[in-house]
Design a binder for this molecule. Sequence first.
Ligand code: FAD
Length: 473
Amino acid sequence: MAKDCAPDCSERKDLAYDVIVAGGGAAGVGAALAASRRGHVLLVETESTVGGDLLTGMPIYGAWNSLGEQCVGGVLNDLMAECRQQPDGFIGPVCDWRTVYGLCLSPAALHLAILRLLHACGAHVMLKSTLTRVGAKDGHVGDVEVASHDGLHRIQCASVVDATGSGRVTELAGGQVEGPGSQETPQPMSLLFRMSGVSFGEFLRFVKENPAEFLLAENPVYGVTPPEAAQRVHDGGLPYAALSAGGALLGGAIAGGRVQPCTAFFITPTSRQRREVCINATRISSTTLLDARGTSCVLLDLAEQVHQSVAFLRASVPGFSGACLSSVAHRMGVRETKRIRGDESLTESHVLNAVKSSEGIAKGAHHVDIHGSGTKQIRKPVHGGGTYDIPFGSLVPTGLRNVIAAGRCISSDRSANGSLRLMGTCMATGQAAGTMASLLAESRAKNRDIRDLSVTRVREVLRQDGAILDGIR
Ligand SMILES: Cc1cc2nc3c(=O)[nH]c(=O)nc-3n(C[C@H](O)[C@H](O)[C@H](O)COP(=O)(O)OP(=O)(O)OC[C@H]3O[C@@H](n4cnc5c(N)ncnc54)[C@H](O)[C@@H]3O)c2cc1C
């Protein structure tokens, strides 16, 4: 059994860490790995493993910009290096000739890579454990309470990273959070699945010969027509394409009630050897998605949509007739919950105009991507295909001194959130938050405040740790 990888709660002695990271999705993994370079770290996660949506096989978006430049490094580079060590573990950044590049990895390889790196860096991990309370005074968190199956544990800390995806720690500490407005329906939930035994060649011929069936050439930076884009997808040799509801094939199936209304079947390669792809096609949209009951009820309906989708693909989409279901995601995907109110807030204009900042601690690159109900989706590419900088202040919850947010819940308007919520960007803000939290913990001052950290110093350390902050468009 691996030793010293979790806190020993049995002795009832005071548990204390430099940094507690709440939430083990893309952001929490980035934060824990980064913070461990400088301090003693505890990662607390409600589920029974870490990695969140990284384990589903979706492409990691936001790590390469639309021009093909890598814009997230650091922790992601370490994970990619681990995946490369495993046979069939690494596919690489692939252009969809629609809007962006996605980093395609084997989710199984990535899962093992995350666990191995967490173990190697010496971070403690508490699984099946939920941070339920924080001891905060005047905006300063001194300890947290964690509920595990063996009881409640009080744990002291110098700083906390809120990587819960919903600003839960910020809310518990007395900070402010906001969700979609009363007139807005939260983005739909989905259940991802994978199919193996796909004939890549047959599918790609279908793409080449039927560009109107796919979402292609949306981003002006590619300067290609849909048929030219289809040819390039074909020539790339990987089934990375989105079968569109606007086409006759999927549109007809939706109209005939054989498939749930959706924008597209987003198809991503996850294994060359197993000829496997991940499929993002199911969706349920409802105003009740933010409460526990509403969330729980949709799972069974989503599972039915997986059945329908697999049947449709096998019956109607070239390349899938001999394919079978190989995996269903271990959890439903949540696109949108709550965002923190921070000292600075990212806006749509900042994202779309690729605004750079001298206080940037991470980069984002994905288009504004907001899924609606049925076949609706808003997609607005970043002008010029470059990157925008995510400033220090957008990770800092207003009124709190030693809590730093990371991932989907950082401070932003809803539209900007539609871009920065992608996994590559979440990992980058996670690395930044973990670094900020560990530097804050190092300064032994009582009542330390994250705002007293020098942004220049944070940026220097991030660069040393391989993060990409400048030098690209
Ligand atoms: C259907 C769908 C498709 C998507 N497609 C893509 C895609 O193709 N590419 C891409 O890059 N991104 C995609 N995304 C977006 C992306 O997956 C998420 O936005 C991103 O993974 C969020 O990461 P996070 O770490 O901020 O949050 P999460 O991954 O939600 O992690 C938060 C973690 O915190 C834990 N937690 C919450 N509260 C507590 C607590 N109190 N104590 C302890 N643990 C807690 C949760 O269990 C969870 O594991 C998609 C999302 C969905 C839903």
